[in-house]
Structures are given as C-alpha cells and as structure tokens.
Design a protein around this ligand. Structure first.
Ligand code: NAD
Ligand code: MLT
Length: 318
C-alpha cells in the first residue's frame, strides 16, 4: 500500500462517466466537496486526473486498471454507480489503498424488467416482426409465438435480480426452477421457486433459462456447448448479467444448428462485440447494448446512492 498524501482542504471527486444529474446535485448539496466532471479521458489522462482526486465515481465506461491505479497516493475511494465492479482492478485498488464501493440495489428492478422484456420479445418474435413491418411486409404466420404461462424457466443465480425475475415469472404463471448455491430452501419456498442443488438438474427441464450471477471463474462458460446439448431442443436463453456466462461461440453454433431456438443478450464478453464476433448474423438472436440498468429511475437511484456513499466516506471515513 502506498502512503496517503495529506488530504487537500476540500476533497475533490472526479466523475468520468455519464452520471444522472441527481447524483451531481446531491454531491454539490453535501457541501465541502469539489466536483469535477470529465468524460472521454484517455487512459493516460485518467491516470493524471486521479493524481489530484480524493474520490472517483464511475459507471462501466471507465476502466480502473492497474496502470491507472498504481502509485495513486491521494485517491481514497471509488464509487461504482451500479452493481458490477469488474471494470475496477480490485487487487490494484487494494494495493493503492483505495476503497471500492458499489450501489447494488438501485438497478435491480430495471434489470429484472429488461430480462422479462427480452423473454417476452423472444416468445413473440417482436424484433423480427417489427423489422418486417418496417420493410413493408405483413407476415402474420411467420411470427407465430409461444405463450409463457405454463412454461418452465430456469433462473441461475437468485440474488437481487434473479429473485426479482423469479417472482415476476411466478406471477406470469410460469414454473420456476432455480439454482443458486447460496439460497436457502425456505427462501426458495417463499418465492415459489423449486430449488435444485446442481445446475445440471435444471438444464434438461427448462423452456427458458436466464442467468443472474456475477462473472467469476466458476460462472464463466457455465452455460456451455455440452449443457446446451442437454437442453430441450428450441430452448430460449437470456443473459442480462455478464458476457461470457453463456459461452458466446457455443451459443452462436447452437443457434445456427437450431439446438437453441432463441437467445437474448444484453451483455457481451467484449462490449461492443467485435466485428468478427460469432454472434453477428446468428438466427433468432436478439441483442441489446447493455441496457439492463438504463432507465431514468435506475440511473437516478444509483447516482444518488453513489453520491451519498462517496460524500459520507470522504467526510467520515466510513
Ligand atoms: P447478487 O449478488 O445480488 O446476486 C448474484 C447471485 O448469484 C447470488 O445470489 C449468488 O449466490 C449467485 N451465484 C454466485 N455464483 C453462482 C454460481 N456459480 N451458480 C449459481 N449462482 C451463483 O447480484 P445482482 O445484483 O442480482 O446482479 C446479478 C448480475 O447482474 C451481476 O453479474 C451484475 O453485474 C449484473 N447486472 C447487469 C446489469 C445490466 O445492465 N445488464 C445491471 C445490473 C446488474
Ligand atoms: C451494473 O453492473 O450495474 C450494470 O452492468 C449496469 C451498468 O453498468 O450501468
């Protein structure tokens, strides 16, 4: 850990991503904090700006790499307006003595709603049907869909978002099977979810599968080619969590050979997916550009929470 520089009289908070104005107003209203908004910084500019910052508030656009964090002696805290801290190198932050905080609950409902929106859209071919009408067609037969009520959905990861999705699926009269090694059977019962103790118990039974785990060594490629083959033919898959939990190359192959009947991805291994991604041009694939938390409500909530935790931390050290 590097020694802390003596604090400047007025703590300075740098904001490098697009934060809802409510968050900026809250920081300013807290008083005694200098707020500096600078977006579109190069890695070198970010490193330079951090030298004179006590705190930084980011979303997912700013990458706090080891190179950005190394040797920063003034920086004390990072607040991530959102859940995932995968754009922050945690060992480098620890080494530099920088506290990392996130705002885990502000975007739960919006992200759950995005997963449901994608599930509905997959079931009713909404995107290709709309596209065909834009092309002047009126093709009712081609876009016959499937009803959700009575279908079985697997929810992998039953934390904040997974539980919000599960509750809503129960309300849609779907049968919900869940897998989360840390969920108690009592909580599953309360949610109306059948809990299984192994993801492979759920895989062959579901018509839809949605993942809501963090990306870890355990969850990377959790839904892989082998598991896709074990699923019902025509299963529909949804990922609004993190790119790579559903293996992208395996998914592209399974969509092309029809093993998987449809998929919706809001998140990608590389964002945006590179031009040579196997996902481009796949049949029955619906992609959205990481929009799970992109609602006015969620952005306001996470910005307010980030502003609060940052100003509290800088004023009280907690
Ligand atoms: P959470 O921490 O509340 O829940 C994650 C759950 O996953 C936990 O209950 C945990 O026990 C479970 N889990 C961990 N490893 C598992 C494994 N191997 N198998 C099954 N379950 C496992 O997190 P959350 O707030 O619900 O967020 C879930 C995911 O959604 C995260 O990856 C987050 O980054 C992502 N997210 C995406 C968006 C978006 O814009 N698309 C928005 C918010 C969150
Ligand atoms: C998150 O981790 O909160 C989401 O991916 C949303 C975001 O990055 O804004």
């Amino acid at each position: 850990m590097f020694p802390r520089a003596r604090s400047a009289a007025v703590p300075r908070v740098l904001i490098t991503d697009n934060l809802s104005p409510a968050g900026l107003e809250k920081l300013e209203a807290a008083g005694g904090i200098e707020v500096v908004v600078k977006s579109g910084l190069t890695p070198e500019q970010l490193r330079e700006e951090l030298k004179s910052a006590d705190g930084i508030i980011i979303r997912s656009g700013t990458k706090l790499t080891p190179a950005a964090l190394e040797g920063q002696t003034r920086l004390k805290a990072v607040a991530r307006a959102g859940v995932g801290v995968d754009n922050i190198d945690l060992p480098a932050a620890t080494k530099a003595g920088v506290v990392v905080m996130n705002t885990p609950s502000g975007n739960t409902v919006s992200t759950a709603e995005q997963a449901l929106a994608l599930m509905f859209a997959l079931s009713r071919n909404t995107a290709p049907a709309a596209q065909s009408m834009n092309e002047g067609k009126w093709d009712r037969k081609k876009y016959t869909g499937t009803q959700l009520a009575g279908k079985t959905i697997g929810v992998v990861g039953l934390g904040r978002i997974g539980q919000a999705v599960a509750r809503r699926c129960v309300a849609l009269e779907m049968d919900v099977i869940g897998y989360d090694p840390f969920l108690s059977s009592d909580r599953a019962k309360e949610l109306g979810v059948e809990l299984v103790r192994d993801v492979d118990q759920l895989v062959p039974r579901v018509d839809y599968l949605t993942v809501h785990t963090p990306l870890t060594d355990e969850t990377r490629g959790l839904i892989n080619a082998e598991r896709m083959k074990a699923m019902k033919k025509g299963v529909r898959l949804i990922n609004c969590a993190r790119g790579g939990i559903i293996d992208e190359a395996a998914l592209a192959a399974a969509l092309r050979d029809g093993t998987v009947g449809g998929a919706a991805l809001d998140v990608f291994v590389e964002e945006p997916p590179p031009a040579d991604s196997p996902l481009h041009g796949c049949p029955n694939l619906l992609m959205t550009p990481h929009l799970g938390a992109s609602t006015e409500e969620a952005q306001e909530l996470v910005a307010l929470e980030a502003a609060e935790i940052m100003s509290n931390f800088l004023k009280t050290g907690e």
